[in-house]
Design a binder for this molecule. Structure first.
Ligand SMILES: NC(=O)c1ccc[n+]([C@@H]2O[C@H](COP(=O)([O-])OP(=O)(O)OC[C@H]3O[C@@H](n4cnc5c(N)ncnc54)[C@H](OP(=O)(O)O)[C@@H]3O)[C@@H](O)[C@H]2O)c1
Length: 256
């Protein structure tokens, strides 16, 4: 059976990946901070899908935890076929704050952890001549809504660079750029999303099914649903001055 390692696999998009991959016959390794949550989700997945689930309590903002997870990815005795770098959180904070710990954690969890885990997975997979790395970035990468956009833009460019470096090795690399998905993300991050119209929301299972389809097709960047694919294409081609204006309007609407 193939094995997938998912960071943040207990809730939200990561949990939807866990269920979809379990359904497709993957054994799983789940890594996030909430040990009780990991145990609960692992037990449910074992019972429902009859798969093996390993849990690794991990804080991706702690370098030792990230290095331990990287070592698990490179363990030749227990190969990982698919790495889903999913863990992350909303950063809705001014760039002027004196206490920059949230920004620092965002860079640790959504940039540095990707670099370290992606590198470890890439080395192991390249040596075997097969495997896949899926990084969950964001459609925010094409606009300029604070440090979150900056972090996700980094993650998107990093993903494309890794895909370039691994081209022809048998290892696929894909960045998933979701629009708004109903998970704990907005409440946890204090992002007001209640005034958004229904049509902007993507169903989490539809998102994951689209992402796995695109990964199988060999896409490097995936934006599931036509609406969001259109929005991201517009984001890519619009003048930066328009992008900055749109970003100011979006940030303001979340503050109201
Ligand atoms: N929801 C959206 O609208 C949306 C849109 C675009 C992109 N995304 C991206 O999608 C990914 C998943 O978000 P989501 O919507 O599923 O949010 P979520 O429901 O809040 O889940 C976030 C997951 O990340 C884990 N996590 C957060 N900080 C961590 C840390 N320091 N160490 C280890 N795990 C950590 C959490 O687990 P613990 O708290 O147990 O550690 C949780 O499992 C994120 O990268 C997010 O930026 C989300």
């Amino acid at each position: 059976m193939p094995t997938a390692l998912i960071t943040g696999g207990t809730v939200g998009i990561g949990h939807a990946f866990a269920k979809a991959l379990a359904e497709r016959g993957y054994d799983l390794v789940l890594a996030s901070r909430d040990e009780a949550g990991l145990q609960h989700v692992a037990a449910a997945l074992r019972t429902t899908y009859g798969i093996e689930v390993e849990i690794i309590p991990t804080d991706l903002a702690v370098r030792a935890d990230v290095l331990a997870l990287a070592a698990r990815l490179e363990d030749p005795e227990r190969p990982i076929d698919l790495l889903v770098n999913n863990a992350g959180f909303a950063v809705h904070q001014s760039l002027l704050v004196k206490d920059f710990s949230v920004h620092e954690r965002a860079i640790d969890v959504m940039c540095l952890a990707l670099l370290i885990l992606g590198g470890a997975a890439a080395r192991a997979m390249k040596a075997r001549g097969e495997g896949a790395i899926l990084n969950v970035t964001s459609s925010s990468a094409v606009i300029t809504t604070g440090n979150y956009s900056a972090v996700k833009a980094w993650a998107t460019v990093y993903t494309e660079a890794l895909a370039n470096e691994l081209r022809g090795t048998g290892v696929r690399v894909m960045g998933l750029m979701p629009g708004w998905v109903k998970t704990e993300f907005h409440t946890r991050g204090g992002v007001k999303a209640h005034n958004l119209p229904d049509f902007v929301w993507i169903d989490v299972d539809q998102l994951v099914a689209g992402a796995l389809r695109d990964l199988a097709r060999g896409k490097v960047l995936s934006v599931p649903t036509r609406r969001w694919a259109f929005a991201v294409t517009v984001g890519h081609i619009m003048p930066r001055v328009t992008s900055r204006w749109l970003s100011r309007a979006l940030t303001k609407s979340r503050d109201e």
